[in-house]
Design a binder for this molecule. Structure first.
Ligand SMILES: NC(=O)C1=CN([C@@H]2O[C@H](COP(=O)(O)OP(=O)(O)OC[C@H]3O[C@@H](n4cnc5c(N)ncnc54)[C@H](OP(=O)(O)O)[C@@H]3O)[C@@H](O)[C@H]2O)C=CC1
Ligand SMILES: Nc1c(N[C@@H]2O[C@H](COP(=O)(O)O)[C@@H](O)[C@H]2O)[nH]c(=O)[nH]c1=O
Length: 360
């Protein structure tokens, strides 16, 4: 199962919105064949492993199959994997975790058991769930897993007072940031960042078969049609509180869609936006915004995970990571737990989560 989990990890940026799954087939003669989910719309892990076996002229009859997520029982873009395993005549299937999709949960396991196959569920379940937290979040909470990325100086500054911020962290840290963009269903920023940085927010520093959706929270509806974030590859959504037919038409003319979600105080309703992104198939949302929009996400407790790069330099006066508060007291400070701390080139990368946030 550990081998299957490691394969699943390799598929994380290949297959969204599908979950990343690993499969290891152990044949009665001790032979082993393994695979992970292929690019979006292509073979699931089990189907790929069976295909590889068939290409070697072998069958999986009597085999034990280790799979990190319950084999599917439904016809999606590919045929059901549970049926393929039944047809092959495997003896036993070890499943790390049940499918969180309420429409199909448990049905693959039932189908295997109905065919007389021994099915054991729950081996390394937490590790398996962690690999697909975004998919679990979308299926069980109806919203993406929100990961907020910040690149800052050691004293927590993300830009000079006049808005200049390129670059604070090293090329190595920025490439690492692109790997996190690559596995996300969408990369989101605010209008302040669009106007100050004119960012592209695509994936360039790492190889990827797909580009995430790009999303702008535009409180002023001022995204210029010439903005570098707008052209293909990938689709662009612009969220604003109210409709504006002329701006809508201007955005549509450059391939972007305007989505209106009125919230309190004339701002975009961030909760409704997360639900909308989930409906569009976004498992992981990668937020790369400035201190204002980051502040709104933190104030509303919408951040599931922080991805913070710290460069060994001091900026002093400048923009902070996220502007919220003031707090009434330190007891009100949102508490986090560190997940891991790593050196990336000359910089540090910290990952943190609100305690228990991954339990939903
Ligand atoms: N180092 C880093 O990691 C990064 C640095 N930056 C830097 O940040 C700076 C830009 O910061 P900033 O101006 O704060 O830009 P933001 O990207 O935070 O965008 C600000 C806009 O977001 C709007 N906003 C906040 N909450 C909401 C909401 N709920 N609904 C609708 N709109 C909302 C604000 O509206 P309102 O005006 O109404 O409050 C504001 O107009 C630049 O200097 C850039 O270089 C940017 C990204 C990453
Ligand atoms: N300044 C800064 C970052 N800034 C983020 O990167 C965006 C630019 O993205 P792109 O146009 O795709 O290269 C910018 O708008 C901001 O969101 N990122 C980092 O890793 N390190 C840095 O020092």
């Amino acid at each position: 199962m550990r081998e299957a989990l490691s394969l699943a990890t390799q598929a994380q940026w290949l297959c969204p919105p599908n979950p990343a799954v690993g499969c290891v087939i152990v044949l009665p003669d001790g032979g082993v064949i393994s695979a992970h989910t292929q690019a979006t719309g292509q073979a699931h892990a089990e189907a790929q492993a069976l295909r590889m076996l068939a290409a070697q002229g072998q069958s999986a009859r009597g085999a034990t199959v280790y799979v990190t997520l319950e084999p599917c029982s439904h016809h999606g873009r590919t045929p059901p994997c549970a049926d393929a395993l039944v047809r092959e005549g495997v003896a036993r299937v070890v499943v790390a975790v049940e499918d969180p999709n309420p429409l199909v949960a448990g049905q693959g396991i039932e189908r295997l058991r109905a065919a007389g196959i021994q099915v054991d569920v729950g081996l390394l379940a937490d590790e398996a769930r962690e690999i697909n937290l975004g998919f679990f979040s979308r299926m069980q909470r109806g919203q993406p897993w929100v990961r907020l990325k910040v690149a800052a100086s050691l004293d927590g500054r993300t830009a000079l007072d006049d808005g200049r911020s390129q670059w604070i962290t090293s090329p190595a840290a920025r490439a690492d940031g692109h790997a996190w963009r690559a596995r996300a269903g969408a990369v989101l920023t605010g209008i302040g960042t669009v106007l100050d940085d004119n960012p592209r927010l695509d994936v360039r520093e790492v190889d990827t078969p797909r580009q995430p959706l790009r999303v702008i929270v535009d409180s002023r509806l001022e995204t210029p049609p010439s903005a570098r974030i707008l052209p293909p590859p990938g689709d662009v959504l612009v969220y604003h509180a109210e409709d504006h037919p002329a701006r809508r038409a201007a955005l549509e003319a450059v391939g972007a869609e305007l989505v209106c979600l009125p919230g309190a105080g004339g701002k975009v309703d961030l909760g409704a936006m997360l639900a909308d992104l989930a409906r569009r198939g976004v498992n992981e949302l990668h937020v790369e915004a400035g201190h204002k929009l980051n502040g709104s996400f933190v104030r509303e407790d919408r951040v599931d995970e922080y991805l913070i790069y710290l460069a060994p330099k001091l900026i002093g006066q400048g923009r902070e990571m996220m502007r919220f508060g003031p707090l009434d007291g330190l007891d009100d400070a949102p508490a986090l737990e560190f997940l891991d701390v790593q050196r990336v080139g000359p910089d540090l990368r910290l990952r943190a989560r609100p305690p228990g946030r991954d339990r939903f």
